[in-house]
Design a protein around this ligand. Sequence first.
Ligand SMILES: [Zn+2]
Length: 192
Amino acid sequence: MAYLRDPSATSISPIRLGKEDAGGAWKTAPQSGMAGVMSTENDTQWMARALELAAEAADSGEVPVGAVILGPDGELLAEAHNGPIARSDPTAHAEIVAIRKAAEALGNYRLTGCTLYVTLEPCAMCTGAISHARIGRLVYGASDPKGGAVAHGPKLFEQPTLHHRPEVTSGLMADEASEMLKSFFRARRKKL
Ligand SMILES: [Zn+2]
């Protein structure tokens, strides 16, 4: 959930670090050991849609993260953006909102064979939900070394006790996603 915080609010002073370092939490290169970018034209199309949703979040003052879920046959099941402030719900990350919508659309608590596109590496809460939902494939954009839990921190999908791990593709349109996050926090710092 660290992406819900302004990176300048960490214990490391952004003044000593320089602007880019302070806001540079979202790296664009896929992490070693990850699947890396294996995008199809379809993946790019859906990630572009997730980025549009992320931009909508930013417009309403929420941290710009967007998510899309496709059903097993590639049909669109759910779209969502990050919205904990407007919803007064700390769990209203884009992935959680999308998972709830998709499960409702399918009438099934398991999203077996579904693909989740999200613009930022999921946090521990969302990674857990992805596993509980039995999502078949996760495609994410920017890496989140501070709050991510797929390639960073707890690396939940690598834990032997986890009952389900999706296929993971990382780094798709990561530059666009991380730039959106950086400019969001840049603008917010200016307002403070
Ligand atoms: Zn999350």
